[in-house]
Design a protein around this ligand. Structure first.
Ligand code: GCW
Length: 664
């Protein structure tokens, strides 16, 4: 059978062994006739019928055992409960969307051949969004899977079937919001006509409990509203936002809110009027508050015309420098959306110090499922490995254990009444019109994993890879073993043949961010410098350098001041060291770089035979598509390896001890 790539992990392939579910009743009774309740019942019917090969029906008529879907107002927000009763199986939710989450969870248990157990699950945080950087002309900024599923020719598409299917996919992993337009927002986003069209997107999202959000440009009062200013402190501007927001809620009663990119990479913002981020965020927030909407104000504000010769200049400092002075002045429905690292989604960066520096503000973590700097869905990189490392990083706020996951779920700095702050997780996903959404079949594991970590950041990686693989590729032990092991090491492999030791990805940053472009990051205003010079390499971000390390809590600052304590993974992110600096692995830095590149390129090449062993165990189309991608990755890893190793040999003047570099 030809595989439907669009099904992603929701294939519901027939189980070869369905003993565990033999006694499951085939009649599904739904107590909830809302569109979401009906979607939940239909999903359950469809999934079980397909996997178990019995005919499940949704029906209120009849006698005997049943599967009941119902709401239970006593459950906490967005919570579901699955339990076996005398009369059959109960899936209850605090809301229709929560019932749906329960259904998807139940189907996942069946698809991965796990026993049915009584359980109650709640999400770790309220905000679990996907952002899409889609332009209204149909292109997708940093999108690697074809044109937009939402827009074409300057408008929302007529046919939004794919948009609805996407919402189903998001809902299946508990994602409850989706911002469909690029944060570099079209200036006309909020025109009357566009809003009517966006209402159609909200409509196809609605059955899946996914709320629509929009990116807005702060000049809208001027550009769309015709005012002579967009100064957030001008009462005319505030009044304009209020009436615009009221107009939105008439069309889209469950509208989630706005995402704002301002004073960054050429976007205008409050600085034009000498105002602060909080002034801008609050004017939008006050308009949204009566309707229950939120503002996700991006922490990604920096000057992209930095002076390269200034040894104190540092883009990494920008988040804390720009936002801390506003801490405590944001409205309660403003959330600062912070990229996981202070630069820009590199293969590895330090964790943003803004997470622990904001103690009186709501925060969300922005992760990038789109593999902008990590191989653009032509390389396999299982990003949850990196995200988990970030989420588990202990920022030592107030001298206590404060992993990032505790901060972004609102617990470290709770509200005055002790309740967790409004907080959460945002994935920049950038799906496209290609059948399988993200191009690389393995890249779907990243979107799936994002949803799982946003629901529960303590979900073990092995559980994510195991379940995703079973649902996507089947339960055959060789398939499961091979794919989970490949995914598990893939981040380290990619980091290893690109930029290890915290030096940055070393990709071409001035163009497409793809392939090696080592010096493109140096000697320009973008500030992604790693300062590779004759005497050594790395950004000195200690108090002798840019002082960035001091933006962390004291314990962490002390660690990052000291190269040995910093650790080899982030060494060059914080320190400028000579090429013969001794690492913890007792090699010199440069020799370790050579060795890591050889070992990692070899590991990438091994994906090809490992995958080939699965030839008859997965469907032919996806087998062939994935094989091609692995072959490409194997070759491209060699290009990376040699470009970087040759560059290091040239700049350091130190030959590879094994004589490989420059001679292969
Ligand atoms: O990573 C950079 C990207 C830009 C992007 C920007 C951002 C949407 O290269 O394409 O713009 O980040 O996050 O705003």
């Amino acid at each position: 059978i030809a595989e439907d790539g669009a099904a992603a992990w929701l294939r519901y392939a027939p189980l070869t062994d369905s003993k565990l579910y033999a006694t499951l009743p085939t009649r599904i009774v739904s107590m909830d006739n809302s569109p979401t309740g009906s979607a939940a019942a239909e999903e359950l019917r469809r999934g079980l019928t397909s996997m178990l090969g019995r005919n499940f029906v949704v029906s209120n008529a009849g006698t005997g055992a049943i599967i009941v879907l119902s709401s239970n107002a006593l459950l906490p927000r967005e919570t579901y409960r699955i339990r076996r009763g005398m009369d059959g199986l109960h899936i209850e939710g605090s809301s229709a969307a929560a019932e749906l989450y329960g259904v998807f969870h139940f189907l996942e248990r069946v698809a991965s051949q796990k026993p049915i157990v009584n359980e109650t699950q709640s999400p770790a945080a309220q905000i679990r969004w996907s952002d899409e950087w889609d332009n209204m002309d149909g292109t997708v900024e940093r999108g690697y899977a074809g044109p937009s599923i939402f827009f074409e020719n300057g408008h929302v598409k007529q046919d939004l079937t794919r948009a609805g299917e996407y919402a189903r996919l998001l809902a299946s992993v508990g994602i409850n919001g989706c911002n469909v337009n690029n944060v570099n927002a079209n200036l006309q986003t909020l025109s009357e006509q566009n809003l009517r069209d966006f209402a159609r997107v909200a409509e196809v999202f609605r059955p899946w409990g996914v709320k629509l959000a929009l990116s807005v440009d702060l000049t809208s009062p001027q550009v769309v509203g015709g005012l002579d200013t967009f100064d957030p402190l001008d009462p005319k501007v505030a009044a304009w936002w209020q009436s615009k927001v009221d107009e939105i809620y008439k069309l889209i009663p469950d509208f989630a809110g706005f995402t704002v990119k301002a004073d960054s990479e050429g976007r205008k913002g409050p600085s034009q009027y000498g105002r602060m981020p909080a002034d801008a965020a609050n004017v939008l927030a006050r308009a949204l508050k009566p309707h229950g909407g939120v503002v996700l104000y991006r922490g990604f504000v920096y000057n992209n015309h930095l002076d390269w010769n200034d040894k104190k200049a540092d883009r990494a400092r920008a988040g804390v420098d720009n936002f801390v002075k506003n801490d405590g002045t944001f409205e309660s429905n403003v959330v600062i959306q912070i990229k996981e690292g202070p630069i820009d989604f590199q293969a590895r960066e330090a964790v943003s110090p803004l997470f622990s520096a904001l103690k009186k503000s709501n925060v969300a973590i922005e992760l990038q499922t789109a593999q902008e700097y990590t191989g653009q869905q032509r390389h396999m990189v299982f990003l949850p490995s990196m995200w988990k490392w970030v989420l588990d990083t202990d920022l030592r706020a107030n001298g206590k254990t404060t992993p990032v996951k505790q901060i972004v779920t609102g617990h470290t700095f709770p509200n005055a009444d002790g309740s967790p702050r409004l907080s959460g997780f945002v994935s920049v996903t950038n799906v496209g019109s290609e059948a399988n959404w993200l191009h690389h079949p393995m890249a779907l594991a990243n979107l799936y994993g994002f949803g799982k970590l946003a629901w529960n950041p303590d979900t073990p990686l092995s559980q994510i890879t195991d379940t995703w693989t079973r649902m996507t590729w089947g339960n055959d032990p060789l398939v499961v073993g091979t794919i989970t092991s490949m995914l598990g090491k893939s981040w380290g492999v990619y980091e290893g043949y690109t930029g290890p030791n915290g030096m940055g990805t070393l990709t071409n940053i001035l163009g497409y961010h793809f392939g090696p472009g080592i010096e493109s990051a140096e000697r320009n205003g973008w500030g992604q410098w790693f300062r590779g010079e004759k005497d050594g390499i790395g950004m000195d971000r200690t108090s002798h350098g840019t002082g960035y390390a001091q933006q962390y809590a004291p314990e962490l600052a002390a660690k990052y001041e000291n190269p040995a304590a910093t650790g080899d993974d982030l060494l060059l992110f914080f320190h400028h060291v000579p090429y013969d600096y001794k690492l913890h692995n007792s090699k010199t830095l440069v020799q370790s770089i050579y060795d890591t590149h050889y070992a990692s390129a070899l590991a990438a090449a091994e994906y090809v035979p490992q995958w080939s062993a699965l030839k008859d165990k997965v469907d032919a189309d996806r087998y062939a598509q994935t094989l091609k991608l692995f072959q490409f990755q194997a070759g491209h890893a060699l290009v990376w390896r040699d470009a970087i190793n040759n560059w290091f040999q040239r700049i350091s003047g130190i030959a590879d001890a094994l004589g490989r570099v420059g001679h292969d």
